[in-house]
Design a protein around this ligand. Structure first.
Ligand code: 5RP
Length: 224
């Protein structure tokens, strides 16, 4: 079993028959979705609330019943990935481009479980990954210019040589910071910039992080 599989399988052990489960995005969360599909094929009744179109498509293909958040204002448990995890379990997410829906569903979730391999653990956010910021298309150059004032270098994300478009029809500016000292403040401040929809800082949302490394599994719990 590879590291992502180990972490995903451990998270799926927390799911119970009858739960409303938030379905994360990215390669590690996708493994969890496939494992949840096995549970459904064994007779479990789960309702999946997907964080992206890709996750929705995958979940449907493995037999998971899908529903919208409006019908389940509270999600029992979400399994999602992350790009960086700091010692306080704050996260950078969104290298897969699903940060807005992921954050909406995380905020509606009673127990948010993050599954990563050990390479995602960092001493401080910004150590390895850029911070994805979802911005509207209108006047995106001006929004990018304002983002620079936060001390980062924003780069418009592209896929196959053209601008990457999110499931919400927006753009992503990947903002490279040297070091993010105060994730809570930066998360709030970035969202005040006109044209910014949301950013990939997830502060105080993860309850548990399951880390798989060559030494085995480690579970990190939020302190408060
Ligand atoms: C998508 C995400 C992903 O969860 C994050 O990029 C981790 O992906 P992976 O498990 O493939 O490393 O935030 O928006």
């Amino acid at each position: 079993m590879d590291l992502k599989e180990m972490a995903a399988a451990e998270a799926v052990k927390l799911v119970r028959d009858g739960m409303v489960v938030g379905l994360g995005s990215g390669s590690t969360a996708s493994i969890a979705i496939r494992l949840l599909g096995e549970k459904v094929r064994n007779g479990w009744k789960l309702v999946g609330v997907p964080t992206s179109r890709d996750s929705e498509e995958l979940a449907r293909s493995v037999g998971i019943t899908i529903d919208e958040l409006k019908n389940h204002p509270t999600v029992d448990l979400t399994i999602d990935g992350a790009d960086e995890v700091d010692p306080d379990l704050n996260l950078i997410k969104g290298l897969g481009g699903a940060l807005v829906r992921e954050k909406i569903i995380a905020a509606a979730t009673k127990y948010e479980v993050i599954v990563v391999d050990g390479s995602k653990l960092v001493d401080y956010l910004g150590q390895k990954a850029p911070l994805p910021v979802e911005i509207v298309k209108f006047a995106s150059e001006s929004t990018m210019h304002r983002l620079k004032r936060f001390g980062c270098v924003p780069v418009l994300r592209e896929k196959n040589g053209i601008a990457f478009i999110t499931d919400n029809g927006n753009l992503i500016a990947d903002c490279r910071f040297q070091k993010i000292d105060d994730p809570k403040k930066l998360e709030a401040d970035l969202n005040l910039v006109p044209g910014v929809v949301d950013n990939g800082l997830f502060v105080g949302l993860a309850h548990r992080v399951i880390v798989a490394s060559k030494d085995g599994l480690k579970t990190l719990e939020r302190k408060s």
